[in-house]
Structures are given as C-alpha cells and as structure tokens.
Design a protein around this ligand. Structure first.
Ligand code: DGL
Length: 261
C-alpha cells in the first residue's frame, strides 16, 4: 500500500492526485484530525506527531510514505528518513522543481501555514537550485479553518484570500506555490485573485507525479505495492463535517475509520 498522511483532511488533495496519477494502487490514509492543525505547533511537536503518524501507516502495511502535509514536509522529513527504512516522499521539493520549471522571471511567491513559512524551507530549496531567484512568502493561517469548514466559495473567503495575496501581488510575483495541502481546494479563488499572469503550482499534483516517476524507476518497490483499487481512510477524530469535507475532496463516498494512535 501507499501510505499517505496529513495533519487532517487537506492531505486528501494528495490522495486524489495520487489516485489520478496511479489508478488502482491501494492507498492507506491517515488524517490526524484530533490534533490538527500542525501549522501553528512547535518543531518538536510536529516531529513527534509525524513519527507517530508514520508508525501507524507502516503497521497498516504501507511500503512507501507520502507526507501530504507541507508543515510536516518542511520540518520533519529528515527525522522521518532517519527513523524509518522506507522511501519517504515529501511535498516541498516537487513543488519547488515545478515552480523553477515554469517561472518566467524567477520571482516566486509561496503561501503556507505559519510553521511552513517560518521554516523558510521553500526559500532555501529554491535558492539552492537558483541563487538568483527571488522568493516572497506569506503565511495564511485563516485558510485552513475556512477549508475545513467547507467555506470554499463564500465571499468572506474571497476577501481573506485577496488580503493575504496583496503583498505578493505588489512584489509582482510570476509564480505562486500553494505550500499547503488544503489550498488546492481554493485554487480557483487564489488563481483569480493573484491574476492570470501568475502560474499557480499545486503541490499535490507535483508530488503525485514525483511518486509515479520514482516507482517507474524502482520496479522492485513498484512490484511490492498492492494494486486492487482498495483504499482505507483513518482519522484520529471523526465528525460528520470531516466526513462531508473528505467526500467532497475525493469526489466519492468513503468510509472513514476512527483510530487512536
Ligand atoms: N496540512 C497542513 C499543511 O499542508 C495544513 C494544516 C495544518 O496546519 O495542520 O501545511
């Protein structure tokens, strides 16, 4: 199975993208809905949670781990790779590569949670590959609760997105990375508010493409993954609203199982 986890249900945007990129591959998902959000927690806590989430997925027979959370990817990837002996894919590097591929003038904006923006991981990775690139980041802490609440098309959400994007617009960015797995659900509004000129990079499709490419290059690993079109979804807390949002992200009915880590 491909194991995918997030702090909550935003990571289902990555599940959707992996299902589209690798149809039929079995997926086991864990969303830590009882402890979400991670984006305003300390590094130590995010690492501790990420290790527990991964241990749970490995117990469910996951052979590959996809970190469907920008906050965990930014802070805990090294800790996960040191602790576990399975491939760990994170969402930051594929989004950075994609941005550098399409950005015409390398003036790149990044939006994410406070933890992701404060880690400056996007800036570091972009500059490692292109020292001349200019990177401007903005934390958008209100967007995750708006998505979890299902306020995807409300005028208030549009206003808040506009306000968050204003400083990036004045910098005349040409590319914008959605550095949070919840934001693809607001992609339409974000693309509209930032303007047609700006290329918008969705980390969920970028990581799904990366996983597909790497599985092609490692047939042994690919063969070890089951492909019966079965997916299992676990959360650490279950409410009717979580189920509703999860099903609308995946555009299908699912069974969400509550587990305690
Ligand atoms: N999934 C998280 C991310 O991509 C956002 C939610 C949270 O703060 O936990 O950064």
């Amino acid at each position: 199975m491909i194991g995918i986890f997030d702090s909550g249900i935003g990571g289902l945007t990555v599940v959707r993208a992996v299902m589209d990129a690798l149809p039929g591959y079995d997926i086991v998902y864990f969303g830590d809905t009882a402890r979400t959000p991670y984006g305003n927690k300390s590094e130590k806590t995010v690492i501790e949670y990420a290790l527990q989430d991964t241990e749970f997925l490995l117990k469910q027979e996951a052979k590959v781990i996809v970190v469907a959370c920008n906050t965990v990817s930014s802070i805990a990837t090294e800790a996960l790779r040191q602790r576990f002996d399975v491939p760990v894919y994170e969402v930051v590097s594929p989004a950075v590569d994609e941005a550098l591929k399409v950005s015409p003038g390398f003036i790149i904006g990044v939006i994410g949670t406070r933890a992701t923006v404060e880690s400056r991981v996007y800036e570091k990775k972009i500059k490692e590959k292109n020292p001349n690139a200019r990177v401007f980041a903005a934390a958008c802490p209100l967007l995750v609760p708006l998505v979890e609440e299902g306020w995807l098309k409300k005028p208030e959400t549009r206003m808040i997105v506009k306000k968050y994007l204003h400083p990036l617009k004045t910098r005349r960015i040409d590319t914008l990375i959605l550095g949070c797995t919840h934001y693809p659900l607001l992609k339409g509004i974000i693309a509209h508010k930032i303007g047609k000129r700006v290329k918008v990079i969705d980390s969920s499709t970028a990581v799904a493409d990366r996983v597909r490419t790497l599985l092609k290059a490692t047939p042994n690993l690919d063969q070890s993954l089951s492909k019966n079109g079965n997916s299992e979804f676990f959360v650490s807390d279950l409410t009717p609203q979580f189920l509703k949002t999860a099903q609308s992200v995946l555009r299908q009915r699912i069974h969400l199982q509550q587990v305690n880590l």
